[in-house]
Design a protein around this ligand. Sequence first.
Ligand code: ADP
Length: 278
Amino acid sequence: MDATAMHLVWGVDRYRVPEGTRVDLDRLDPADRSLFPGSKREARRVLAELRDRLAELQRVFWADGRHGLLVVLQAMDTGGKDGTIRKVFSGVNPQGVDVVSFGKPTELELSHDYLWRVHRHAPAKGRIGVFNRSHYEDVLVVRVLGLVDEERWRRRYDHLVAFERLLHDEGTAIVKFFLHISKEEQRRRLQARLDDPTKHWKFNPADLEARARWDDYQAAYAEALSRTSTPYAPWYVVPADRKWYRNLVVAAVLVGTLEALDPRYPPPAVDPASVIID
Ligand code: ADP
């Protein structure tokens, strides 16, 4: 990796939520680009570097097989979860990555505890599991729409921390991203979905209902980020008004996370010098 890409990998720590801090989303700028003053064109080149590094790390990570990696993506509608997955993971071997989207729970899922449907999708050793929405919906949409009593969703912060602790203790590294967009940027993106016939399919009138509760969602996010960021499953608040910057930050965090796991190729099962292939 070149110096710019390395600068990003080191620098993204500024977006991590330290354990026990109170997050004030109003004070975190969704249009921040302080780690990369360069042009959008230069950003494309750096993203390519980070993607190559990610692909290289994933190959060793898979061969090593000691850990799994869980990547949680959360955002308001149009926040860019899908675009992030497409742009950041496009260089990685698809055989090693599982993307799971969590929508409204089914009847069956609702008849179990809320982590039931989630745990089975936690990544196996050697694999990267990407959650497009996640167990956090159970303290976000569930809270905002009052789908369960406050007493019940309030207890969930502790469950979430304990659940992630369990995954960590058993070999799963975890990293969580909140893609932070401004309300104005969401307006532009929703409008773009109305203006462009190739994006009509993406427009969901229900998104306007969530937008009408913008402040409630921001409050729910702020509390979830504040209560559930831990050293073993940190949250990153990613400035996401600029898609290219968002991609750089997410890719850099993933590179740093995998590097910290220090994956290695396992030793050969036999002495290669002793094998003769005729
Ligand atoms: P996306 O908006 O992520 O592209 P969808 O349009 O399928 O995908 O939306 C998924 C919907 O499912 C969202 O409105 C989200 O709030 C809802 N959802 C996800 N998890 C839960 C949950 N645990 N309880 C209730 N609703 C949920």
